[in-house]
Each structure stands twice: as C-alpha cells, then as structure tokens.
Ligand binder design. Structure first.
Ligand code: URA
Length: 208
C-alpha cells in the first residue's frame, strides 16, 4: 500500500494523465494528433499518424515512423513498403483491414532521419495505451527500431520470426519480430526470407 506520508502535495493533487485515462482509441488518437511534445518533429510534420485498423484487432503491426506519404495521408504504411506489407498480409490470409497498423513514433522525423531516443520515449505512452485498449493476441514488430523499443538487447537478425512474451501494462503479450518490409523493397533477394518470416505470423495465430 502507498505510504501517503511519502507523497508530496503535488503528487496528491496532480491531474490524471489523459493518455492513461482515455477510454477509446478515437480519444487517444485525438491526443496524438494534438501532441507537440517533440518540438522539432511537431513543427516539421504535416500531421501526426496515430494508426489505422479495428479497435479490437487480433494482430497489431508496429513499424518505425511515418515517411513522406504517410505524413501526407495521415495513415501508416501507404508508400512502397506499405504496398509490400499489404501483399505479404494477403499471402498469409490476412486482410489489411482486419489488422491494426501503427509506428513507434507517430510523426515523420525531418528528412526521414532516424527517430531520436527522447522522441521514442515521448511517444511510448501512446503506443502502450494503444496496446492496452486494443488487447491484441499478437504484436508484430517490423524492424530493428520496433524490436528495440520492447527488447532493447536483441538483434533483429537473430530475433526475427522467434515469438516471445512480455508483460506490457497489466497484460502479457506475444510479440513476433520480423525484418522490416522496406528491406524487401531495397533488397529483392531478401523477399523469400521476409515471406518465410511472415508465415510464422499465421503459425503463431493458429496456435494462440
Ligand atoms: N511507413 C510507415 O508507416 N512505417 C515504416 O516503418 C515504414 C514506412
């Protein structure tokens, strides 16, 4: 039990965190769209890109960050990597419309640079709340940046296609890391390997 004598007046009267207390994805996505925690990124973006998909999706896909097309459209994975992701989903019998797709950070970094650690930390409560509201059976981590957010000591080349569990908030979630689909666009020779990894999504889902 909390020892109230250790709490300052500020702790006792702090307003509840709107991210933690919001009850719907719609409400949460409104907070993300209005977010200006990362000054440089908030100034550069056209709009924030919270994520897309059903609020009760069985599978959530997490990429790195919105790029140019995502920033313009307000939807994740709508460029070349997105078209390839849709194709991979269809191959394993999942429609894009039945999964939830989002990113580690919700705004396009200037000139598509890598997201900075403080930016990812600022955005993490949004991602955690999305997972708490959606309650997916499986979370697919697309690429190194998404993997490192949840499993900081792991390497994507070794972790890919190996399911693992972790408690996030008050739920244990099954995670499945994968090579990022953008790799398959840049390196056509990697496509068979990426496809093989995607089939493990089907296998894991069938076992859950
Ligand atoms: N588009 C996204 O939304 N995220 C990525 O990681 C890559 C492309």
């Amino acid at each position: 039990m909390t020892d109230l004598t250790e709490l300052s007046q500020g702790d006792l009267f702090a307003p509840p965190d709107p991210v933690v207390t919001c009850r719907t994805l719609e409400e949460l996505h409104g907070l993300i769209r209005d977010c200006t925690k990362c000054e440089e990124v908030a100034e550069y973006r056209s709009q924030a890109v919270p994520g897309v998909g059903p609020a009760d999706a069985r599978v959530v896909f997490i990429g790195e960050a919105p790029g140019r097309w995502e920033d313009q459209k307000g939807e994740p994975f709508v460029g070349d990597a997105g078209a390839y992701l849709t194709e991979l989903l269809e191959k394993i019998g999942l429609a894009r419309s039945e999964v939830f797709i989002t990113n580690v950070i919700k705004c396009r970094p200037p000139e598509n640079r890598n997201p900075k650690t403080p930016e990812m930390e600022n955005c993490l409560p949004y991602l955690e709340r999305q997972l708490a509201l959606i309650k997916p059976d499986l979370v697919v981590l697309l690429g190194r940046v998404a993997l490192e957010r949840f499993f900081p000591r792991e390497k994507i080349t070794e972790a890919a296609a190996v399911p693992r569990k972790k408690v996030v908030g008050d739920r244990e979630i099954t995670f499945l890391p994968m090579l990022h689909p953008a790799f398959g666009i840049r390196r056509q020779d990697l496509k068979p390997e990426i496809e093989k990894q995607f089939w493990t999504i089907r296998e894991v889902l069938d076992q859950l």
